[in-house]
Design a protein around this ligand. Structure first.
Ligand SMILES: [Zn+2]
Length: 476
């Protein structure tokens, strides 16, 4: 087994160092909350984009691209929405020295950019359901301390927006959106809780909000995706109506959902990484296999030639493979590619040359095995499966061990301080959630969406009758 002591004991330092040394992101861009994605990080994100967009298209969603600017009058139409986002908005007010007649803002999310157009696009029941998505950066002037990938003022996400003929169809869409996100996160080996947020914490303008909270080694959960049922709130504000079969005119019912691409990458790094560096699921690794020749005195040329044959054979099988022929010690190459999380290393030495074999080393456990070169590609594919399964199981076990049942405020404070997620009983009153936060620094994140947990204890804060079993944690 590999060690992940540093990641648990000093997450922030471990994470920031790794973002830099594995060329994920450079945080020295001279604007707070804005960062540069470097090649390795960007190549991983592009694969996550392909994954989510592929799943959305397979489920009937269509790609679009809306402008980054939203006019003030459109943004101001839905009262709750503007209240929720107003303090975080970046405004565009001038062209040169000339004040613009109509102020614009950078999208903090795209409801108010898209829905005026929905009113044009949707005419009759035959236009429904409408399902679109885009993968874009959004802008929120976060007042809390910014953190690379986890809390940025410019961050990347995929957002989907849908319109439906009635509440039932919107509810069906919510369940489908949850399924799509589960599929993507499961393919990435991530573990998370799917929570229905308390009313006071729902998306501004939504009827209710669901969220995927991924665990993090420092105990602060990382919201990687959200799904909202918007009801008719935006349809009323933007007059999005349709003519039904019987000729009557009705408001559409809408949903929207967002998957944080920067935060999903953060979760992959945080959940799977260890003290040697990144550990990447094979499906999204920019390089899946690295071939490292181990030259031996008198056999340098032969080993080189054999390594090239091995490389060609893997390349032709369609895997993303790199042959590392740099003039440095093999051991240095091992450390280097381990830091970048390449799932499988193929070592080619003089003994392998003599026996027609190679040595495979898997990144997640660092275990090694010798296989015949004829069996190499199937063995690598089998290792990919084993690695994916192991990452998922490891992550699930970590999440399970982080959740602690707590019965009183004093213990809640201790559990949150110990970087765990607390499961408590709550009466659903805002005052009690505030008291919980004040006392423990943990936030009431919500109750499980997919499992009905019945409270068997009184509210942890007031001792009154509890309505829900909820999860409490610090959060990014
Ligand atoms: Zn209470």
């Amino acid at each position: 087994m590999t060690s992940s002591v540093r990641k648990y004991q000093n997450f922030t330092e471990w994470f920031d160092e790794l973002l830099f040394s594995a060329e994920i992101l450079d945080n020295r861009y001279p604007v707070k909350g804005f960062a540069v994605y470097k090649s390795w990080g960007w190549r991983i994100i592009k694969r996550i984009i392909d994954m989510i967009e592929g799943e959305l298209e397979a489920a009937g969603h269509e790609p679009v691209l809306f402008p980054v600017v939203i006019p003030e009058d459109a943004f101001s139409k839905e009262a709750e929405h503007i209240k929720g986002f107003h303090s975080e908005v970046f405004w565009i007010t001038h062209a040169g020295d000339r004040a613009l007649g109509r102020r614009m803002l950078l999208r903090p999310t795209s409801e108010t950019a898209m829905y005026p157009l929905f009113a044009y696009w949707i005419r009759s029941h035959a236009d429904l359901p409408l399902r679109i998505f885009q993968s874009v950066p959004v802008y929120r002037c976060e007042t809390k301390a910014t953190r690379p990938l986890l809390r940025m003022r410019e961050f990347l996400w995929n957002e989907a927006h849908t319109a439906h003929k009635d509440w039932d169809d919107a509810e069906r869409q919510v369940r489908e959106a949850v399924k799509i996100y589960e599929t993507v996160f499961d393919r990435l080996g991530l573990s998370y809780l799917i929570l229905k947020r308390p009313d006071f914490d729902k998306f501004a303008g939504a009827v209710y909000s669901l969220a995927f909270d991924a665990w993090n080694p420092d105990g602060r959960v990382n919201q990687i995706g959200t799904v909202h049922n918007l009801g008719e709130n935006f349809a009323k504000a933007f007059e999005i109506t349709y003519e039904d079969v019987d000729g009557s005119h009705k408001n559409v019912v809408q949903t929207c959902y967002g998957l944080g691409l920067s935060r999903t990458l953060a979760a992959i790094i945080a959940q799977h990484g260890d003290d040697h560096g990144l550990v990447l699921p094979p499906e999204i690794a920019p390089i899946q296999v690295v071939v490292v020749p181990i030259p031996y005195k008198g056999f340098e040329e032969d080993v080189k030639e054999y390594s090239r044959q091995i490389y060609e054979r893997i390349r032709k099988s369609g895997l993303r493979v790199h042959l590392d022929e740099k003039e440095i010690q093999p051991g240095e190459k091992f450390y280097y590619w381990e830091r970048f999380g390449v799932p499988v290393r193929v070592e080619v030495g003089p003994r392998d040359l003599k026996e027609g074999s190679v040595t495979l080393s898997r990144r997640d456990t660092l275990e090694r095995m010798v296989v015949k070169s004829d069996e190499m590609v199937p063995s690598i594919l089998k290792l990919f499966e084993d690695i994916s399964r192991n990452l998922k199981e490891r992550s699930q076990a970590a999440l399970k061990s982080m959740i602690i049942d707590v019965e009183d405020l004093k213990n809640l404070r201790i559990v949150i301080k110990e970087r765990k997620i607390a499961r408590i009983s709550w009466c659903e009153r805002v005052e009690c959630a505030e008291r919980i936060k004040e006392y423990s620094e943990g936030e009431v994140r919500g109750h499980l969406f997919n499992i009905d947990e019945k409270p068997d204890r009184p509210c942890i804060a007031c001792g009154g009758e509890a309505k829900r079993v909820v999860y409490v944690a610090r959060a990014y």
